[in-house]
Write a protein that binds this ligand. Structure first.
Ligand code: SAT
Ligand code: MN
Length: 574
């Protein structure tokens, strides 16, 4: 810390203890200088609004680097910068950067306190907004120092908002030293270093070395009427509905089918002594997309964010009630948009990637096992993307290795969670494209290795809630009804439920999926479950081109799976 302070030259150094009193002081300071705006005391008690710089509203993947000694260890899907170059180009941006500012030292734990899964990080930052967010998203302060004890086993992260200029913005990861540098952004995934930087990019390299997995997955608990709890982990790209799925309200609660939340964004998974895969949520809060969150789509999130929540880049009514697209049908009069200007009703009032930061313990659907130190055993893994066509509502992989192929070939239409064009299909293997801290070819090999080490591996599925009909509307009603798809999966896990072989994998027979009471015709159901041979055949060369980028780092199992898919498409009658 002395070394960092000598470099960054803050006016003051504050060691954060994570206490309520400390938080109250920080919030008071931010309210005074305008970093935070107080919201309506009755309708949003304990809530505040932060407006970020308009050029700093999402992750900037093109400014995110893996700084391994060798370029091939970062691989073709990451931006690479040599450690020497990073020290020369990025290092100077920290010189004197905290002059006139306070340097906060933020010790934190990712994972339940005292759990053998958990890991300690220390983030140094000059942003009190980051400190307030870290306090919600992690176990921060005293308990973290307690867990660290006299040891030195922690991941250091140095963060400064710098001057917020995208020209001087870098998010650099040193996987070999297990160190993070971030400068020039105050936005979530760029600045809350425990989240994507540590719990995914650095942790994925630790996991590869130590025989576990760090994945971009929600975890949910599904209890059947016999009282049996199943745990499901699901990987979707950012802003594809992970939070809504994790907090889903079961439409069959009164029949004894219950859904509870373990986590909404990240899973750390380890083989247990029983041959199953066990998962913990390393986070303590939710950093969720606000637009689209409403009483119908996600009532549990609405309850979670009804108090003591930090809102970033939402709109606000003149009396301080936060508002966003999808909250309700009627924007209040006199609405102020996310940039603080009177809303003229032409653009969006809230930024499409506006966020809430709220403690998990405020969520009514948290499972009583969400902080279990040994985690929860996973029965099924779901991969999913946003595809208007191609992928059927659901299919099951034939075995673990085929499931790895399904994950490795995931494609999804891009969203507002990252800066760049929205709505174009990109390959996003296991939803980890922006988050894998090493060569993704090696990552696929690690997945295959993990499967071999599990006597009772989870069954791997793929879903697509986003298929559209000829009218351009989503065919599947979504949200709570997704439980029906989960129930077919649980049937399959337990050896029941019927399925048909297709080149994609095992698709439910139309009567195996319970669609009773849904506004779906038989033709709708058939179209949801159809595997179109031509569409899939068009996918093959694209997948091949993607695989070719990995050269000899691509496991042969994956090229063999692609060959057999291509062969099946050429011969099967779909
Ligand atoms: O902004 S974050 O990177 O934390 C959220 C996300 O994109 O998944
Ligand atoms: Mn995410």
């Amino acid at each position: 810390m002395d070394e960092v302070a000598r470099k960054t030259r803050p006016d003051r150094v504050v060691w954060c203890d994570g206490s309520d009193a400390e938080n109250a002081r920080l919030v008071e300071g931010m309210l005074a200088d305008g970093t935070l705006i107080a919201l309506n005391r009755q309708q949003a008690p304990g809530c505040t609004l932060h407006r970020s710089h308009p050029s700093d509203v999402a992750r900037t993947e093109h400014l995110t680097f893996i700084s391994s000694r060798r370029a091939e260890d970062a691989g073709p899907t990451n931006n690479w910068m040599s450690p020497d170059e990073a020290r020369a180009r990025v290092g100077p941006l920290f010189e004197g950067v905290m002059k006139g500012r306070t340097m906060y030292v933020v010790p934190y734990v990712m994972g339940p306190l005292g759990s053998p899964f958990s890991k300690v990080g220390i983030e140094v930052t000059d942003s009190p907004y980051v400190v307030a967010n870290m306090r919600i998203m992690t176990r921060m302060g005293g308990p973290a120092l307690g867990q660290l004890g006299a040891g030195e086993d922690f991941v250091p992260g140095l963060h400064s908002t710098g001057d917020l200029s995208p020209d001087r913005r870098f998010i650099v990861h040193y996987p070999e030293e297990r160190l993070i540098w971030s400068v020039g952004s105050g936005y979530g995934g760029n600045a809350l270093l425990g989240k994507k930087c540590f719990a995914l990019r650095i942790a994925s390299t630790m996991a590869r070395d130590q025989g576990w997995m760090a994945e971009h997955m929600l975890i949910l608990e599904l209890t059947t009427p016999d009282g049996h709890a199943h745990y499901v982990a699901a990987a979707f790209p950012s802003a594809c509905g992970k939070t809504n799925l994790a907090m889903m309200v079961s439409p069959f609660e009164d029949q004894g089918y219950k859904v509870r939340t373990i986590g909404d964004d990240i899973a750390w998974l380890r083989p247990g002594g029983d041959g199953r895969l066990w998962a913990v949520n390393p986070e303590a809060g939710f950093f969720g997309v606000v637009p689209g969150t409403g009483p119908e789509t996600n009532p549990n999130a609405m309850a979670t964010i009804s108090h003591d929540t930090i809102f970033t880049n939402v709109a606000v009514s003149p009396d301080g009630v936060p508002w966003w697209e999808g909250k309700d049908k009627s924007p209040p009069p006199g609405l102020i948009d996310w940039q603080g200007k009177p809303w003229d009703r032409t653009g969006k009032a809230a930024h499409p990637n506006s966020r809430f930061t709220a403690p998990a313990r405020q969520c009514p659907s948290m499972s009583k096992h969400w902080e279990d130190g040994h985690g929860v055993p996973i029965s099924a893994i779901i991969f999913g993307g946003r595809r208007a066509r191609l992928a059927p509502l659901v299919f099951q992989s034939r075995d673990w290795a085929h499931g790895v192929f399904v994950g490795a070939t995931m494609g999804s239409e891009t969203t507002a969670a990252a800066t760049g064009q929205v709505g174009i299909v990109r390959r996003d293997p296991m939803a980890m494209l922006p988050f894998c801290g090493y060569n993704m070819g090696d990552y696929f090999a690690h997945w295959l290795r993990m499967g071999r080490s599990l006597a009772r591996p989870p069954v791997i599925f793929h879903v697509n809630w986003f298929r559209t009909g000829p009218d351009g509307r989503f065919v599947w009603p979504g949200f709570g009804q997704n439980l029906r798809v989960l129930l077919w999966m649980i049937d399959r896990v337990e050896g029941r439920g019927s399925a048909t072989e297709t080149p994609a994998g095992l698709v439910p027979t139309p009567d195996a999926l319970n669609v009773d009471g849904l506004p779906l015709s038989r033709a709708d159901v058939q179209s949801l479950l159809r595997v179109e041979r031509d569409e899939w055949a068009a996918e093959v060369p694209e997948i091949r081109a993607f695989f070719d980028r990995f050269g000899d780092r691509l496991p042969v199992e994956l090229s063999r799976s692609l060959d057999s898919l291509s062969h099946e498409l050429a011969t099967a009658s779909v």
